[in-house]
Write a protein that binds this ligand. Sequence first.
Ligand SMILES: [Zn+2]
Ligand SMILES: [Zn+2]
Length: 175
Amino acid sequence: MLIELSDILSVKDKELDVQADIKMDHFTSKMCDYTIIDKSPLNIHLKNIGKKKFVISLVIDITLIIPCDRCLTDVKHDMNIEVRKEIDMNESDTDKVDIEDEYFYISDNKLDSEALVYNEILVNLPMKVLCSENCKGICNRCGANLNSQTCGCDTTELDPRMSKIRDIFNNFKEV
Ligand SMILES: [Zn+2]
Ligand SMILES: [Zn+2]
């Protein structure tokens, strides 16, 4: 949905409330592709706070499926996004490219609600999601999910620092 900003940008103290249904059902970036399984409508409040400046307050709840960082099992991840941000469109006079990069969800005095939500998911995405604190991950030899099965692989790994010490020790023995 495109929200017209002309009044919000030009009329002093102008306020606007908008509710938008978000169509996006995947969050896709260079790094990932997560399914959005649930979302509330997006509630936006806009307010003019001076010449070509305005505030966006937005609220949306989104549930994504993100694979566990260790075992890749699907994990439901709830995001309750509640943001207030000030947008200053004056900067665009000095460096239009930068400002359009930063506010890529605004163009031609229109706010793109889908792009705005995309941006908020992006900045709120966790570094990693685990299915549980104690997730045992997958065996790096056979790929078995070690939370649900055990495998016979020899997974004793030598700490590289330990092997250095062992080398020194072995060299010492040879002398
Ligand atoms: Zn896991
Ligand atoms: Zn294994």
